[in-house]
Design a protein around this ligand. Structure first.
Ligand SMILES: CSC[C@H]1O[C@@H](n2cnc3c(O)ncnc32)[C@H](O)[C@@H]1O
Ligand SMILES: [Zn+2]
Length: 430
């Protein structure tokens, strides 16, 4: 299997590269050559890249995919009301099959809008792994663990099972993490146990952190420290690669505690805006050398999971918050959504950059649209004007998942039929 993309405008996302016209050759699951002109070989699947941009696929660093079944079901509530009164009761009704179809719905939306890899934290992870296997996307999967109720042991066992059964599966597209849900749902004993497992098995951790002011107050009342100090005291940053979702309410000293950590922070601006959580100080984190990536959170809060919407929200919020339009430039926010997120998923050596030897995870964006002409600064156009519907082609691991906006691994008619019935049943009466 080989693909030759001809005469695209290529944005590699390497530090030193500017966009240039050229060809990309893919053999198997990897990019083998990028050059101004590459000779076609017999059997090449030729793709016309004229008037298109080729760039690394976007990486959604924080998701709860089956929550697409709860899209636009319950909005305009505070986070804890939304979670406790609406999401948790609905989730309690979800069957493993619901999870499978909900995950596929999110994955279809992600492939359509140019996301090639993502990080998921949810329940019934075997079904999500099956959906990932079938659809062809790349994913880091986490069994979310809440330890405030009974039976934390079962959750922990499911987390271990996920890691053992699925790491490296689906042609290597699936990786796994341990997922203690948040400081407010994980008392110190199970938290330390998970950190020890993560260290011993070299498995990363995915956790929510400091999403709301209420969380900060709760953790101070319980433990006399900030949520970030709580995780640091438990040894998390020193012992594991950690994907921290949100990081909205971090003070200067908290940011200092994250310096030198492996992993970093997944910024989810649309979810934070919609739930009224606040604006994460991501430009201060970046200035301190902390890796920051971009995510959407679940469609239950973000409503859409188009990463191009997140890109716009992320950069505009920093400019607004600091009254400074130089904050979080187009290039910086594109870096966050590709290389930054790749680092959070611990895939920094494999994806996030177009380069010979790397995995072939890339997208083609069609520029022949009124809102994408003329092309002065390509990176500005990508950050501020492109939206998910402009993505023409999505390739993951060298396999074409969408071409000319046709999904090739998902039967959307069947998907929509399944989703309609299941979503109605799940929310009835809640
Ligand atoms: C136990 S699996 C993950 C768990 O997280 C919930 N969730 C979704 N969005 C958020 C958010 O913004 N903050 C905290 N928790 C969230 C989801 O409903 C699942 O129950
Ligand atoms: Zn979340």
């Amino acid at each position: 299997m080989s693909i030759l993309i001809q005469q695209a405008t290529i944005l590699t996302m390497k530090d030193t590269d500017s966009p240039f016209k050229g060809d990309i050759r893919i053999v198997g699951d990897r990019i083998v050559e990028i050059a101004p002109h590459i000779q076609a070989q017999p059997g090449d699947d030729i793709m016309d890249g004229q008037h298109k941009v080729a760039m690394p696929g976007l990486i959604n660093a924080h998701q709860h995919t089956p929550m697409s079944l709860l899209r636009a079901f319950s909005d305009d509530l505070k986070l804890m009301d939304w979670l406790d009164r609406k999401m948790l009761p609905a989730e309690a009704r979800m069957t493993p099959e619901d999870i499978y179809w909900g995950a596929q719905l999110s994955i279809a939306e992600m492939i359509r809008s140019g996301t090639t890899a993502y990080a998921d934290m949810y329940i019934h992870m075997n079904e999500i792994a099956e959906a990932v296997t079938k659809t062809g996307i790349r994913a880091s999967l986490t069994r979310g663990m809440v330890f405030v109720e009974d039976d934390g042991g079962r959750r922990l066992q499911e987390a271990v099972d996920l890691v053992q059964r699925w790491s490296g599966k689906a042609e290597g597209r699936i990786t796994t993490m341990y997922g203690p849900h948040s400081p407010y749902t994980c008392p110190v004993e199970p938290l330390r146990e998970v950190i020890t497992m993560a260290e011993q098995e070299n498995v990363p951790i995915h956790i929510h952190l400091a999403e709301t002011k209420e969380e900060v107050v709760k953790i101070r009342e319980r433990y006399g420290m900030t949520p970030t100090e709580y995780l640091e005291e438990a040894g998390m940053f020193e012992k594991a690669h950690v994907l921290l979702a949100h990081g909205v309410h971090l003070n200067r000293r908290d940011i200092g505690r994250l310096k030198g950590m492996r992993g970093g922070v997944a910024h989810n601006p649309v979810s934070n805006l919609k739930l009224g959580c606040g604006i994460a100080p991501i430009t201060e984190m970046i200035a301190q050398g902390i890796n920051v990536g971009l995510g959407t959170d679940g469609a239950g809060s973000a409503t859409t999971i188009d990463m191009f919407e997140e890109i716009k929200a992320a950069t505009w919020l920093q400019k607004l918050d600091y009254g400074d339009p130089t904050r979080l430039s187009a290039r910086e926010v594109l870096h966050m959504s590709t290389r930054g997120s790749a680092g959070l998923l611990n895939l920094q050596d494999e994806v996030g950059v177009l380069e010979a030897g790397r995995k072939a995870d890339l997208i083609l964006i069609d520029l022949q649209k009124p809102h994408l002409q003329p092309v002065h600064e390509l990176e500005s156009l990508l950050a501020y004007s492109v939206n998910g519907a402009d993505v023409d082609t999505t390739i993951v691991n060298g396999r074409v998942l969408m071409r000319g906006r046709q999904l090739l691994t998902i039967d959307e008619e069947e998907l929509f039929r399944q989703v309609e019935v299941r979503a109605k049943r799940i929310v009835e009466g809640i």
